[in-house]
Design a binder for this molecule. Structure first.
Ligand code: UT7
Length: 352
């Protein structure tokens, strides 16, 4: 599970470079974001759990995080981000051919958040799918959406990453509650002009360390009961240092593999949108990938780890900040429970 093994796992992915001329390319035509109003600072958190602002900032880079209102579920956050992404892409909800939502915190076990979103947006009765790959879910969702467009099954696809992690966080466990936050980001994918849009994907998973990060109760193995609640098994449980050790290797390895599949190298990269789990993981990934940290967009200090929402929200803010321009080449890369990881290379813009 440790260093050497991670490298082997990522290296053992298919070595064939898929020709980029297969099918229709796709790109991001519009982005949206929703941040719950409530800001929970480290200082405030330190009043309820045995920690300090100094410890949290030094070990994670996080200063504050957003917390969804009691009335807000994941689909509410997703809806607001989705609406903005549709407006930005200049498409109507009725234009959507497929709705994909990445989340670890669906409103309920079923129906999916994607189905709830289809109704709320007023979309046609198109395919609706929730992707469950923990923090990697948004990048997995992009890959599914890209495949649907490339294969001609869809032309306009909505991909959302939305989380209300505050609902599965044990607020008395200082080893986890300092890390997480709530928010949502959304992207509308459309066919791309040749040479633009997604250039490659690299997805990976390793289920051998399921206990490193898990939420054990509420599924078929351990159905929710009075006892599971009493034991706190409906909360995130994490072996932080183990996850950290794996992440600092899997993230740069996945990003490097996505670049290789796009026939690019670190020197070609204009921007990186990494999963925002911990500032030290991002710094280490930059060193290992040999891409300057200045090219990495970082907002973990304001939102903490927002799982599937982390990459789309960071991407949204990077574009808003003018850090990503038409024709620029970048990598989106993520890592999460499972373990799962995912990366893609993209040449920005070029929507048809
Ligand atoms: O999205 C992907 C999923 N998650 C991640 O990527 C998380 C990856 N892991 C991490 O980011 C880090 O492991 C953490 C931030 C979770 C923890 O940082 P660390 O540097 O690995 O700390 P540690 O768990 O090794 O704990 C060091 C010490 C311990 O005390 P002792 O045993 O040395 O006396 C902990 O009890 O820090 C203590 N500690 C805290 N102290 C103050 C743990 N949490 C806290 C806290 N405040 N919140």
């Amino acid at each position: 599970m440790r260093p050497r093994r991670t490298a082997v796992l990522v290296d053992s992915a298919p070595r064939r470079v898929v020709p980029r001329t297969i099918g229709v390319g796709s790109t991001i035509a519009g982005l949206g974001c929703y941040l719950p109003e409530r800001v929970l600072t480290n200082v405030e958190l330190a009043k309820t759990v045995d920690t300090t602002d100094e410890w949290i900032q030094r070990r994670t880079g996080v200063r504050e995080r957003r917390i969804a209102a009691a009335s807000e579920a994941t689909s509410d956050l997703a809806y607001k981000a989705a609406r903005e992404s549709l407006r930005a892409a200049g498409v109507a909800a009725t234009d959507l051919d497929f709705i994909v939502v990445g989340t670890t915190t669906p409103d309920m076990v079923f129906p999916s958040v994607a189905c709830l979103l289809q109704k709320r947006l007023g979309a046609r009765p198109v395919g609706c799918l929730d992707v469950s790959a923990a923090c990697s879910s948004f990048v997995y969702g992009l890959s599914v959406a890209h495949g649907a467009i490339a294969s001609g099954q869809a032309e306009t696809v909505l991909v959302v990453g939305a989380e209300t992690l505050s609902r599965i966080t044990n607020w008395r466990d200082r080893t986890t509650c300092i890390l997480f936050g709530d928010c949502a980001g959304a992207a509308v994918l459309r066919p791309a002009r040749p040479g633009h849009g997604f250039l490659s994907f690299c997805l990976g998973g390793d289920g051998s360390a399921e206990e490193a990060m898990c939420l054990t109760a509420g599924g078929s193995r351990r159905p929710a009961s009075f006892e599971t609640v009493e034991r706190g098994e409906h909360y995130i449980s994490m072996k932080g240092p183990d996850v950290y050790q794996y992440a600092v290797r899997a993230i740069p390895a996945a990003a490097a593999e996505a670049l290789r599949r796009a026939e690019l190298g670190p020197a070609d990269v204009d921007f990186v949108i990494p999963h925002q789990a911990n500032i030290r993981i991002i710094q280490s990934s930059a060193r290992r990938l040999r891409v300057p940290l200045s090219k990495f967009f970082i907002n973990v200090q304001r939102y903490g780890n927002t799982s599937a929402a982390s990459v789309p929200v960071a991407l949204y803010e990077a574009v808003q900040a003018g850090r990503i321009e038409e024709g620029r080449v970048g990598v989106l890369v993520t890592f999460g429970a499972g373990y799962t990881w995912g990366a893609c290379a993209i040449r920005w813009g070029g929507a048809c």
